[in-house]
Design a protein around this ligand. Sequence first.
Ligand code: ZN
Length: 576
Amino acid sequence: MPNMKFNLRIISLSLILFYSVSNYSQHNYPENYFQNPLDLKLVLAATFGELRTNHFHAGIDIKTQKREGFNVLAAADGYVSRIKIQHWGYGKALYIKHPNGYTTVYAHLQKFSPEIEKYVKQNQYNKESYTIQLFPKANQLLVKKGETIAYSGNTGGSTAPHLHFEIRDSKTAKIINPLLFGIEVADTKKPNIISAYVYPLDDFAQINQSNIKQKLNITLQSNGDLIADKIYVDGTIGFGVKAFDRLNDAMNKNGIYKLELFVNNEKIYQHRLETFSFAEGKYVNLLVDYPHHFKKRERIQKCFIVPHNKLSIYNDVINNGNIFIQDGLNYNIKIVASDIKGNNTTLTIPVQGKEQKIVFNKKNNKTPYYFKREIFNKVTLKNVTLAIPKYSLYEDLYFDFSLNKGIVKVHDKSIPLDKSFTLSFNVSEYPKAEQKKLFIGRVNSKGYVTSYSSTKRKENKLYTVTRTLGKYKLASDTKKPTITPKNFKNGQWLTNYRFLKVKIKDNLTGIKSYKATIDGKWILMEYEPKTGTLTYDFNDSKYSSLSKISKHILKIVVSDYVNNTNTYIATFYRKK
Ligand SMILES: [Zn+2]
């Protein structure tokens, strides 16, 4: 239907006038106000804004020579405004509010400096909890620029020792790239563009006779720039690249700072990782080619903006980065990837407009459930109900929902969701005693439960609220967690011991809670979930006043998420 095609093109041309994004805002950040938070040469394991699943990396990861315990220094004068300790995420984290309107954040810490550590432990003993969140008052814990505030570690979601460092705007809580504050990192290397793709963006678009995304054939030039083989295109297209940046002193593949696209030397797309809010983190799933990441574990960043993407990192974007290619015309496309030091790599793509027959066609996998973005979608199959709120899907689609031998397929992880869905199971068929041990588990391709999905109970229903698509099933956990002493035995003299270490473990649902006492008084045992270790420091006995008698009873109670509970009791002796 040539007429319809022609009309749509008129529409897409007129959109250029209305969709020109312009929120350009290059602030002037104070230089030399903040110092390096470590007494080490700055070498980064990760840059600001690196693409992760569901979020951007919010700070810089500073390498600590694969070790813990380096002095962490206050980046500038200020006061400790917040301390948060959690099992995952940032682990032990400290926030300093500075008088110039910024807050610095230091995460994955091993421990705090003695004064701060004392303040934290007193609060942990008062609240009888290792995980804690504290907001000290402005005059309580003052710090000077360069003062040791903590020691670098590997707590929380960290997988290797490093310091995660952030700078935030204290008022808006937006995170800002710390390297914009004059903190020096050596980088004289150009970013690398590994691969590039071209996407058809309207119903009639084709690239080399195909209406499926195409990988470009690219060749490295002697100066490090790249050139792609000419492509023959008809209709509206967009581009994407996989790129990384390497700094001078490390092999890590860090994120790039800026990505631009030019058509015949006119800039039509730019994103730059200067600042963003935590709330917009989920739109990283729309910046990257999400299905491609699911299939190939590679993050292609698009040089065009798809609907519902509310990221604020764009400027100078024309027509959302969509490029309309006309039959018979030649186009010169340039994609430029830059690091924050201005080193850049250019990929040149020659494009020729050519109307041809489409030979390769995309398939449409139809299912019984066509879900629309703008409505609340709810389906029940036997005892299982799936409810997806309005605007959770980014587009209308055939949703893959099925129930087979107790395994529920909730589509697959190839699409991102904006909001969580609810999956509920009616369990009234199960005997009452059994119901209590049931939970909703995520299932792998072989049908085995791989992890616990946070399960809530309401009357005869179990439900989970999650953004993770994939397979689920009802499973049962009847085994208690195990509790094993690591460095002592029951009945032992422990006078010269500094630490008590205990290993706790649970199959299936995992550790929900743990509580340890000595002679009936709560003691702080720090829990490191990566190794399943609980650690008590006898130097903390000042907070719980260990009794003067030499005989002591240690009691540890551990529960999993379906409340299977185990208790460990040991006697030990210690000279006062
Ligand atoms: Zn980090």
